[in-house]
Design a protein around this ligand. Structure first.
Ligand SMILES: Nc1ncnc2c1ncn2[C@@H]1O[C@H](COP(=O)(O)OP(=O)(O)OP(=O)(O)O)[C@@H](O)[C@H]1O
Ligand SMILES: [Mg+2]
Length: 281
């Protein structure tokens, strides 16, 4: 069974005159690592709000269709119950971090759900250890760097151990090194704990090697759903002005010159390997 099943989903914010999501159908499997992309305003964040239940429970509007999370219909389940299934890190994590310090932040979600204090502290210690937050535990959110804020935001949603983790442009305020660290952490959660990851991200070259599916949206519609090797070569991406990785551009140039690789490379390493194998043949 799919962990997420969306059928005929349409949504229009109460204040808007046109629908933001139009007849979305989507099945997501447990363990999928998905990149969700599309031009600004196409509805990426709105679609993710539908997965967390924030739509329809907090954002009012015209909602049609069904979103099932692990079999639960979001229409009928309160957001706090869905939080155990799906955690979302918002576009600006500094707005999401509200407690006085990191350790309180980590306990916040469990406190709200009424867990006993011993269970909460046990979990806080486990997460601090796992994410190596020892030196940050007494710091206030505003004392953290952008990368540290992201890490704490991810750590705090994991206290509820959700199967699905959604991140809305997690690397947009980070330098390349911090971005790679956060993406590496996500890949680890995906590989080692079979977490389903949904990532909204503009830097395709950083995420392409991590994902197994790329979803492209335009004007509230899902217009492409394919593995990265295929999706990155689809004209729809270029037509929407989405910057495709340099490696893919280079691959296509070489292809035009009659040089064919067996497999489409997604990392510089794979590219080097492909070149090597051509030289050997
Ligand atoms: N809370 C809201 N109330 C009313 N309209 C909204 C709200 N949030 C988003 N919208 C509208 O819905 C449309 C889609 O917005 P959304 O934020 O989902 O796009 P996005 O693909 O995430 O864009 P971006 O890449 O800029 O983050 C836009 O026209 C936006 O103005
Ligand atoms: Mg957005």
């Amino acid at each position: 069974m799919s962990i997420v099943s969306i059928s005929n989903l349409s949504f229009q914010y109460a204040r808007n005159t046109i629908p933001t999501l139009q007849n979305i159908n989507l099945e997501i499997n447990k363990g999928d690592f998905i990149l969700l992309c599309g031009p600004t305003g196409c509805g990426k964040t709105t679609l993710c709000r539908c997965l967390t239940g924030l739509i329809p429970h907090f954002h009012s509007g015209y909602f049609e269709g069904d979103v099932l999370i692990d079999g639960l219909n979001t229409k009928n389940v309160p957001v706090y119950r869905l939080a155990k299934k799906v955690g979302m890190v918002f576009q600006n994590p500094e707005n999401q971090l509200i407690a006085m310090n990191v350790e309180r932040e980590l306990g916040f979600a469990m406190e709200n759900l009424g867990y006993p204090p011993e269970t909460i502290w046990e979990k806080i210690e486990e997460i601090i250890e796992q994410f190596q937050l020892q030196t940050l535990r007494k710091k206030a959110p505003f004392e953290l760097s952008g990368g540290e804020q992201q890490k704490v935001a991810i750590a705090s949603i994991l206290t509820l151990d959700p199967d699905i983790i959604i991140l809305d442009e997690p690397t947009s305020n980070l330098d390349p090194l911090a971005a790679e660290k956060i993406l590496g952490l996500l890949k680890k959660l995906n590989l080692e704990r079979n977490k389903t990851i949904i990532l909204i991200e503009h830097r395709l070259e950083l995420v392409a090697p991590l994902i197994n599916r790329l979803l492209l949206m335009d004007k509230g519609k899902l217009i492409l759903d394919a593995p990265p090797e295929k999706a990155l070569r689809d004209k729809k991406l270029k037509n929407l002005g989405i910057g495709i990785p340099k490696i893919i551009q280079l691959y296509e140039l070489l292809e035009k010159e009659g040089i064919h690789f067996e497999k489409i490379p997604l990392t510089p390493f794979e590219f080097a390997e492909a070149i090597q194998s051509i030289r050997e043949t």
